[in-house]
Design a protein around this ligand. Sequence first.
Ligand code: SAM
Length: 370
Amino acid sequence: MEERGYILYVPNEEEPGKDSEVFYNSEMVLNRDISEIAGKVFREAVETEDFRVCDALSASGIRGLRYSKISTELHLNDANPEAVKSIQKALEANNVEAETHKRDANVLLSDYRNYFHLIDIDPFGPFTNYLDSTARAANHQSLIGLTATDNAVPTGSYKKTCRRRYSSEPLKNSFMHETALRIYIKEVFQNFARYDKAFEPRICFHERHYSRVIGRVTESKKRTNKNLDNIGFLSFCRSCRWRKLERVERCENCGSKTEIAGPLWTGKIIDIRFTEKVLEKIPKEWEGSLEMVKMLHNEGELLAPFYDIHELASNMKISVPKRRRVIEEIGTKGYPVSRTHFSPTGFRTDAPINDIKTIIRELSESDNKP
Ligand SMILES: C[S@@+](CC[C@H](N)C(=O)[O-])C[C@H]1O[C@@H](n2cnc3c(N)ncnc32)[C@H](O)[C@@H]1O
């Protein structure tokens, strides 16, 4: 098997999963593409000669291999002995030097206090079990990437599990994956904050069954305190679909009682100075990943949770106009607007909901004119 030129030793399976002898999912290539380039961008920005990388849940070793060009010291770990054998074969075949470990990731990371400049956490399910050891092992200047595949929990299918695992109230609606991502970021931020380390999102996204949180860590009480302002709540009106990244008991548009999610991260989930550099570095041939970063970059400055065109049209009991035309029209009226990576039928804008609805109604009516 090969990925982006790296040779791997993994079983050829249609549905890789927890029971695979050695896990490898080729569909996660976008996650690894963006992580690799984010690592490169961070490596160039950071003022350090050493750059120590830990792929703590490595499976086939693919993530570690993809970070090998930027690391001065590479650690690849997996608790599964078969995975470690595959990692060692892959290191040899690709002519890459690394230390390999066959340990529990938490135990390994706990042995390397303040050590790593890049830590990748890519488990089955939630990353919460690894947050404490990751926060301890993170260097005072580091980049942390974490994958979560328990999206059903913070999107509201298992409310109690969400309260237990994330101490947050989820919200099941059309933008639930954004709410979930904000709950994940809050959880990461708070865990680092306990160690006086400030976690700041650089490029966070959702794709298919998983979410990915990538951010910079600096050791700074001041910065951590400042970012506490980004922990808050989200309000949603099921009656008129108004939403706001603040705790508001009554809808500011129609006066109905709101539903509240959180606590969650209310700040930006994308740093456009960072994604700009990622866009400069990402190979043009990695089309899907490039397209994703472009979308993330374009929506990065817009804070209001995204809208879904079908949801709004159904709420207004009208037929659905084309998203492209809605976006054009909102832009023409002078509001910032973009597509969103969260949904092919979504868009993001700071325009007031009544202005958005007026545009949608006019376009829907003009579509239906004989
Ligand atoms: C989702 S896979 C990692 C996939 C890999 N990072 C990639 O990009 O292809 C999770 C891996 O974590 C390993 N694992 C599970 N629990 C672990 C633990 N407590 N410590 C170390 N490895 C663990 C599993 O054996 C499995 O190989």
